[in-house]
Design a protein around this ligand. Structure first.
Ligand code: THU
Length: 129
């Protein structure tokens, strides 16, 4: 799927966000190497710390469906500048993605910044060695 279509899908996906507390919907689309698409939204909770971000929802959906090899990730948020993923999501990306995996960050006007996982989380902790 072309990047513009993936961005449109991320925007559409964000409409499913469960955000009664922040009113800040996020939509993520994770493309697996086998062609499958995994979407994710942020899912909030009255106990705020239990909130799961859109990026992690997409990654956890993919892993639980047996996908472990990925092509790219698109993340949309209603921000002025392209959305900046939180530290927890960057750490989860580092667990499952190659350092050179392409992450397209999208703002509310659909402007983008493209970064790699290595750029998002340099010198990351990835294993116990
Ligand atoms: N959030 C995401 O889902 N992804 C991001 O990249 C940034 C923040 C969510 C968490 C919470 O539901 C809301 O946005 C406000 O922080």
């Amino acid at each position: 799927m072309a990047t513009t279509d993936l961005i449109d899908l991320a925007v559409e996906t964000s409409k499913n966000a469960y955000v009664p507390y922040s009113h800040f919907p996020i939509g993520a689309v994770l493309v697996a190497k086998d062609g499958r698409l995994f979407t994710g939204v942020n899912v909030e909770n009255a106990s705020f710390g239990l909130t799961n971000c859109g990026e992690r929802t997409a990654i956890f959906k993919a892993v639980s469906e047996g996908a472990l090899e990925f092509e790219e990730l698109i993340v949309y948020g209603q921000t002025e500048k392209p959305i900046s993923p939180c530290g927890a999501c960057r750490q989860v990306m580092a667990e499952f993605f190659d350092k050179d995996l392409k992450v397209t960050l999208v703002a509310k006007d659909k402007s983008t910044v493209v970064m790699t996982v290595g750029e998002l989380l340099p010198y990351s902790f990835t294993d116990l060695k």
